[in-house]
Design a binder for this molecule. Sequence first.
Ligand code: MF3
Ligand code: CO
Ligand code: CO
Length: 258
Amino acid sequence: MISIKSSREIDLMRQTCSLASEVMEYIEPHIKIGVSTLELNDLCHNYIMEKGAYPSPLNYHGFPKSICTSLNEVICHGIPNKNDILRDGDILNIDITTYLNKFHGDTNKTFLIGNVSDEVKKLVDVTYKCMWEGIRQVKPGAHIGDIGAVIQEMAHDHGYSVVEEYCGHGIGREFHEEPQVVHVGKRGTGAEMKPGMTFTIEPMINLGQRHCRLLKDNWTVITKDGKQSAQFEHTILVTESGYEVLTLRKEEDPHGPK
Ligand code: MF3
Ligand code: CO
Ligand code: CO
């Protein structure tokens, strides 16, 4: 069952989601060569707690930290660690989920560290455009499958692959709700979108092949071929006429890049 949020619930979703995007803006200047992913975790943790909220990942099915930090070949769910020090040429995804007033807001962004190769910079740029192309499909009467269809097409046009094992999700009172938002698929398939639905769109796009491997920590997901993977995520509300990006940052256009 896909929950439809009332106008009161939508207002609470707006609040938790704007906190999540505020945390992303807060952490950005700290993401520099020489800093550890654990330091970034601790800064985000303290910021979220000071706002009277809670970092949803912490203890979620046993996840040990407050944010996910996924470096280079890590696709998602990387665990912050004092020994993971950012180096010139890295790409780092920071995934932030806040729990405020009983509602979750979820967003992630891939950052470039120092001088990143043109090849990998382009992967990050195209991944961002894939997310926005997915977002632009959202309106009442459209189908969840429309999102994956356009993301898959754009990624494949650039010779990239799309991760299929992990996907976007409904979000609200629960961190992960129905529906699953797969980032591949066919137009016209899947659940029909209705006003008041809230879900994430969070494509993971690989420079090489789509296959993944789970590390022995049972969280960190890496590419099988060791090549880089990029990801962006927003929490989206289906409105009467289209969509509202609840985790939009100040730097972003409400309808994304053209
Ligand atoms: N924020 C991630 C998502 O986009 C989920 C992280 S689950 C965790 O769905 F346990 F690893 F934190
Ligand atoms: Co998510
Ligand atoms: Co997330």
